[in-house]
Design a protein around this ligand. Structure first.
Ligand SMILES: N[C@@H](CCC(=O)N[C@@H](CS)C(=O)NCC(=O)O)C(=O)O
Length: 223
């Protein structure tokens, strides 16, 4: 069985969704990033980079980097409805969409969620956060145009891992009312959110988000 190191507010949720969509059994080991459990020696012995998620394969190999884990799972188990096979005509568009999100958009999201890490002076934190969201919206507007023209999914009528990856970030943006200018992104997110195997995970994430907002109001936060 797979072991997934994941937990609340982490993109391990994307990997969980891949596992669920693919009917693959897994054991979830919770890593609480609000308690800095990802920085403990125990967790660093799993993933020295200290990022969540990490996946242990049934053979005992440790994998890291979310898109790599997700591609590995889809390809190893032949889940071509999530990741078109290498000889599939949709493969190029699939890889482009996935790498655009994970290589371009996600680092901007990191600056949005952890703005204090990217400034020299504490007083610059709010402007870093604001600028990051402006940049994220600009980068997502490229996806918006593609989805509006050729959607509803990144691959037209065909759902894939690219949509699940985007839906994870869209979920947080939707709860902050940040998708109003991106109706096609929002529509794609809603289609993913309503998939029967994934809906419970989105509901769970929304409950956690509400709890986190309450904690934040009391001064807690990502550090
Ligand atoms: N490039 C890595 C990034 C992983 C990552 O940043 N994970 C976040 C949770 S979504 C994390 O571990 N955050 C803790 C921190 O930044 O201290 C991946 O795609 O897996």
């Amino acid at each position: 069985m797979y072991i997934l190191y994941g937990g609340a507010f982490t993109r391990a949720l994307i990997t969980e969704m891949v596992l669920l969509e693919s009917d693959l059994a897994y054991d979830l080991r919770e890593v609480d990033i609000l308690k800095n459990e990802h920085r403990t020696p125990e967790y660093r012995s799993v993933n020295p980079a200290g990022w969540v998620p990490a996946l242990i394969t049934p053979e005992g190999e440790t994998l890291y980097e979310t898109p790599a884990i997700n591609l590995y799972l889809a390809e190893r188990h032949g889940i071509t409805h999530l990741a078109p096979a290498i000889d599939d005509p949709d493969r190029g568009a699939f890889l482009s969409g996935l790498f655009y999100l994970t290589g371009d958009v996600e680092p901007i999201m990191k600056r949005y969620f952890y703005p204090h890490r990217f400034v020299l002076r504490e007083e610059d934190t709010p402007s870093m956060k604001q600028r990051s969201m402006e940049q994220a919206l600009e980068r997502l507007s490229i996806i918006e145009r593609r989805l509006a023209a050729d959607g509803p999914y990144h691959l037209g009528e065909r759902f894939s891992l690219v949509d699940v990856t985007m839906a994870y970030w869209a979920m947080y943006m939707e709860s902050g009312n940040l998708l109003s200018e991106l109706p096609a992104v929002r529509a794609c997110f809603k289609l993913v959110e309503n998939r029967p195997k994934l809906q419970p995970k989105f509901d769970e994430a929304e409950d956690l988000r509400v709890k986190y907002a309450k904690l934040q109001a009391k001064g807690a936060g990502l550090n």
